[in-house]
Design a protein around this ligand. Structure first.
Ligand SMILES: O=c1ccn([C@@H]2O[C@H](COP(=O)(O)O)[C@@H](O)[C@H]2O)c(=O)[nH]1
Length: 269
């Protein structure tokens, strides 16, 4: 999907909500466990109930890998379901990959070609040759971890490198990568106050912002510093939406949580 198509969808739905499909079998309604593929069934019902309120879905791959081959099958069915039924939706594989060049290329093929995700999260630690293979795929987006939402972000990301913070250095250097126009960045909602400074380096890029909901980040604060003329934000909530209830009405209750966020978002569009 092109960025232009993503922006068009945001304007049409008046939403920049990304719903995280982080499915933990312990947390889904018990009656679903009788299904042949409970994880896919759960995702399908969440997607059907929220697709008009969200512009993106983000399965975190760990939640599928944890169930082995069956988990990968559930993931494949989920991405195929999204692509076949809701082709306007932007899909994000949150897998945080990155390795030496030829290995990164294989990760890119797995998520962009075989799975057909629109985007993939990538860790920047191994540098240019570990990121550029992802960027070589047309109309696919590489979402680089810049400033993450967790407490451990303070261990390295705020360290000074030539008077700059490491996360700002990562962003600055990444702008020199080949096909850098295919980059987006992860910035945690729990660190919204730093977005103002980040926007000075990358005014036009899309930011994927996790940390609203269960992690306590503020949508209002993120919007205050992060919005640009194309909106430029995808705000993710996973647990705060998908686990709204463990009853048969779980998808309806997830919709209500998604709607609360979309209502807040629409004032900015
Ligand atoms: O900095 C980061 C990078 C990724 N994540 C991921 O986003 C979701 C957040 O889930 P919630 O349930 O809404 O807290 C999850 O998949 C994380 O692995 C992040 O939180 N922070």
């Amino acid at each position: 999907m092109t960025t232009k198509e993503l922006v068009k969808q945001i304007r049409k739905k008046r939403s920049f909500l990304c719903i995280g499909l982080d499915v933990d079998i312990e947390k889904i309604p018990e009656y679903l466990l009788k299904e042949e593929d409970p994880i896919f069934q759960f995702n399908k019902e969440i997607i059907d109930s929220t697709h008009d309120l969200a512009v993106a879905y983000k399965p975190n791959i760990a939640f599928y890998e944890a169930y082995g081959v069956k988990g990968w099958e559930s993931l494949k069915k989920t991405i195929d379901y999204l692509n076949n039924n809701y082709p306007e939706i932007f899909t994000i594989a949150d897998a945080k990959r990155g390795d030496i060049g030829n290995t990164s290329y294989m990760y890119a093929k797995a998520f962009f070609e075989d799975m057909n995700f629109d985007s993939l999260t990538v860790a920047p630690y191994m540098g240019r040759d570990s990121v550029e293979p992802f960027l070589s795929f047309k109309n696919k987006h590489t979402i680089l971890l810049a400033l993450t939402s967790n407490d451990g972000a303070y261990d390295f990301q705020f360290q000074k490198v030539e008077l700059n913070t490491l996360y700002n250095k990562v962003i600055e250097v990444s702008k020199t990568y080949k096909n850098a126009e295919n980059l987006m960045y992860v910035v945690g909602a729990t660190k919204a106050e730093y977005i103002k400074e980040i926007r000075q380096i990358i005014p036009d890029s899309f930011l994927l912002v996790p940390g609203v909901g269960a992690q306590g980040g503020s949508l209002e604060q993120v919007c205050k510093y992060g919005l640009n003329s194309n909106i430029g934000l995808l705000i993710n909530s996973s647990r705060g939406i998908i686990y709204a209830s463990k009853t048969q009405g779980f998808a309806k209750e997830a919709r209500e949580k998604a709607q609360q966020l979309q209502q807040e978002m629409k004032q900015y569009i």
